[in-house]
Design a protein around this ligand. Structure first.
Ligand code: SF4
Length: 459
């Protein structure tokens, strides 16, 4: 599973906003590795620089120095299979309200794009990239021509948009952020020291890297506008029953981020401890599959009393830039990513902690790799429930027929993967592991099929 995007924004007149955004995007790089982009507002206009590749491949000293302004937004992208590798799909998207430009960056997926496209076609609005994010930008631009105020245009556009969206917008002199009424994808607000400005980020790790102090989450349905008058909050659409993605805690978010009051690292440790209670194993060592399996393995080890060991090494320098989301490249990615330590593993009964099983290919190769390295037994423990349904809200998952848990029983899965035993964390166990979260409304549709927002393809 891959997160599709990360967004960042900064309002800080007098600071190097492009460089700050570049740092913010590097902190959010785990959310998308296929393209990166920055848009800067300088009081007169908006300038966008974007390209395919990692943040450090897209931006260098010369390109950052050329991006001068008082506010900026940024975006990192991981595409779904439908639109990989095309430059025009990279963000931020540039749009204009008449001759007034703005740039938009989006994390999430809109589920009513056919309806939105029909509206825009009827209005005769040309589309640039044709993605849901481009549709949103054009919709906002068109409506704002009628409302004359961008905040009102965004609010009216939110009434037309369905699905998951955490968006940031940059005009020549104002920064906007808004979030869908369910709060599916994360977005937080931070403040720079000494009143230097404000920062928006998909995760708090993006605030930390530029020295901003987390202030709060952008609320579901809220529009935040930041300009020289400060931060102005209003609601574009009435909040619905909260449905924040619970998988952020399991896998997507960086472990040093805090989402809705819950530290991600602590939630992963708690998942591991809960697994040790729900599905104990007789073993000599506990191993975590890097990265997200490691804190969970430490939690499992502490709870079970079985020693933790670093037995799997991740090759950190094989970027996903050139690993396109095809089956062939996924297979290659598995071989490139992980390497076992035979000296640690040989002759040992292992409990191996991983975050999720989607198709099962990674788990199968992992178990076989550990047996080749001499493991006596491999007991696989997963810190999420079985993934039975695809995600329609900004995560690249497969269709149901490709999800192994939707097609095989637990024992059939164990046999196909080749593990000595296999167990998944219960949904109740996962919810209990994120007990510090300040709300109780999660999306858990990929485990339950209970989608908070209806969408065409879910059946
Ligand atoms: S379906 Fe799963 S991955 Fe998608 S938003 Fe809901 S919990 Fe997150």
């Amino acid at each position: 599973m891959h997160e599709e995007c990360g967004v960042f924004g900064v309002w800080a007149p007098g600071s190097d906003v492009a460089r700050m955004t570049c740092f913010g995007l590097q902190a959010l790089q785990h959310r998308g590795q296929e393209s990166a982009g920055i848009a800067v507002g300088d009081g007169r206009g908006v300038c966008v620089e974007k390209d395919l590749g990692l943040v450090t491949q897209v931006f260098d000293e010369a390109s950052l120095s050329a991006l001068k302004g008082k506010l900026a937004i940024g975006h990192v992208r991981y595409s779904t299979s439908g639109g990989s590798g095309a430059w025009e799909l990279s963000q931020p998207h540039l749009a204009s309200m008449g001759d007034v430009p703005f740039a938009l960056a989006h994390n999430g997926t809109l589920t009513n794009t056919a309806q939105m496209r029909a509206h825009l076609d009827a209005w005769g609005v040309p589309l640039m990239a044709g993605t849901d994010s481009d549709l949103a930008a054009q919709l906002i631009a068109h409506i704002t021509l009628e409302t004359h105020h961008l905040r009102d245009g965004i609010a009216r556009a939110m009434q037309h948009m369905r699905g998951a969206y955490a968006m940031v917008v940059c005009t020549a002199d104002a920064l906007y952020a808004f979030r869908d009424p369910y709060g599916i994808r994360p977005l937080c607000l931070g403040e720079l020291p000494e009143g230097r400005g404000w920062v928006l980020s998909s995760e708090t790790c993006g605030l930390d890297i530029v020295g901003a102090v987390p202030v709060r989450e952008v609320a579901p349905g809220e529009i935040v506008r930041i300009n020289e008058d400060g931060v102005l909050s209003s609601f574009g659409i009435e909040p619905k029953k909260r449905a924040s993605c619970i998988f952020e805690y399991v896998y997507f978010a960086r472990p040093d981020s805090v989402i809705d009051g819950q530290n991600v690292y602590a939630s992963r440790q708690a998942c591991g401890a809960m697994l040790a209670q729900e599905a104990p194993a007789q073993a000599d060592l506990v191993l975590g599959v890097p990265d997200s399996g490691v804190p969970a393995a430490l939690g499992f080890a502490r709870e079970s009393g079985i020693p933790y060991a670093d037995g799997i090494v991740k090759n950190r320098y094989v970027g996903r830039t050139f690993i396109q989301p095809t089956q062939e490249m996924r297979q290659l990615g598995i071989r490139l990513k992980l390497n076992p330590l035979p000296d640690v593993i040989a002759g040992k009964r292992l409990v191996v902690i991983d975050d999720s099983i989607v198709r099962g290919n990674t788990s199968k190769k992992l178990v076989s790799m550990l047996r080749d390295a001499g493991a006596a037994e491999v007991h696989l423990r997963i810190t999420s429930p079985e993934i039975l349904w695809p995600c329609f809200y900004g995560i690249d998952t497969d269709t149901r027929d490709q999800l192994i848990a939707a097609n095989l029983s637990l024992d059939e899965m164990r046999e196909w993967i080749g593990a000595d035993s296999l167990a998944f964390l219960s949904l109740e166990g996962l919810r209990a592991s994120v007990s510090a979260v300040r709300h109780d409304g999660f999306c858990d549709a990929c485990f339950t099929g209970a989608y908070p927002v209806q969408c065409g393809g879910q059946n």
